[in-house]
Ligand binder design. Structure first.
Ligand SMILES: [Zn+2]
Length: 280
């Protein structure tokens, strides 16, 4: 029997809450999860006061598999209920059901937006939430505040049977990845791809093709992935951002990002074309 795990985004919560729901409870950007030996789980409750939690901010998200989902924030210093802990989203990837993980990735961004958009930036008045869309509105000047999204491109550049990998200064030791950067106002995604590659490693590329996209809730990016082919030039580093970069073959890869990231999906596709794969 097929299980419907589709998430449906909604803004207005049900009038009466009579059934258990998924509660995505945040303290800052950390999520409250039940700790099991091999996995973690989201609290499934009618109300968070069942586990003595006091909510300071609440947003209805919609439903997953016909179960309602709420994003809430609790006060700093809240002690997690017995058997639970607050953990960062990166730490729970792979231990939490994948569908619930991506709802949590929405939840953290909605809570962050709600917390950081309480007053109008133009006239300082308290904002009010709209009910027809996920948006806040200034009752005085009418300015609208949608949840923030920062689009960033990420691109895998190939040269024959090699791919371009680079090390940013803030990566973990030994880690390399494909190039990425934020899109600038006024720029198309393709222009951002060309500019980032030129700025960071000094080479020319061609055959830019869309690969796919992924929300990246750290804190509110949308990663838009591309593949491209080397077209000329020698690697020359922008050493404010990039510590090292080079061409790597599938046989001799450095340490690369984990499965959560679109960076890894791009690299895995490159490997698959050469009949290879990596476990972790
Ligand atoms: Zn205003």
């Amino acid at each position: 029997m097929a299980v419907n795990r589709e998430f449906v985004s909604e803004i207005v919560p049900p009038e009466v809450r009579s059934e258990p729901a998924w509660w995505f409870v945040f303290q800052e950007n950390k999520l409250l999860v039940y700790q099991k030996p091999e996995s973690v789980m989201i609290p499934f409750l009618i109300d968070p006061n069942e586990v003595s939690l006091t909510v300071i901010r609440q947003n209805y998200l919609g439903h997953l598999d016909n179960r309602h989902c709420y994003a809430v924030e609790v006060a700093e210093g809240t002690i997690p209920p017995a058997g639970m802990a607050f953990e960062g989203l990166r730490q729970i990837y792979g231990r939490l059901d994948e569908d619930l993980f991506w709802v949590a990735a929405r939840a953290v961004q909605i809570i962050d937006w709600d917390r950081t958009h309480q007053f109008c930036g133009q006239c300082g008045v308290l904002l009010r939430a709209r009910t027809a869309e996920r948006c806040k509105e200034c009752p005085q000047c009418g300015l609208l505040y949608f949840p923030r999204l920062a689009p960033a491109i990420i691109v895998l550049v190939e040269r024959g049977n090699e791919l371009l990998l680079a090390r940013s200064r803030h990566f973990m030791p030994g880690m390399y990845s494909v190039l990425a950067g934020f899109v600038e106002p006024g720029e198309s995604l393709e222009e951002a791809v060309v500019r980032e590659v030129k700025e960071e490693v000094g080479i020319e590329i061609k055959d830019i093709k869309y690969f796919g996209s992924q929300p990246w809730p750290f804190p509110h990016s949308l990663m838009i992935g591309f593949t491209a082919t080397y077209a000329g030039g020698e690697i020359s580093l922008d050493d404010r951002e990039i510590e090292d970069a080079g061409w790597f073959s599938a046989e001799k890869l450095p340490r690369i990002p984990g499965k959560i990231s679109i960076a890894r999906k791009l690299i895995d596709r490159f490997l698959a074309k050469q009949g290879r794969s990596l476990e972790n």
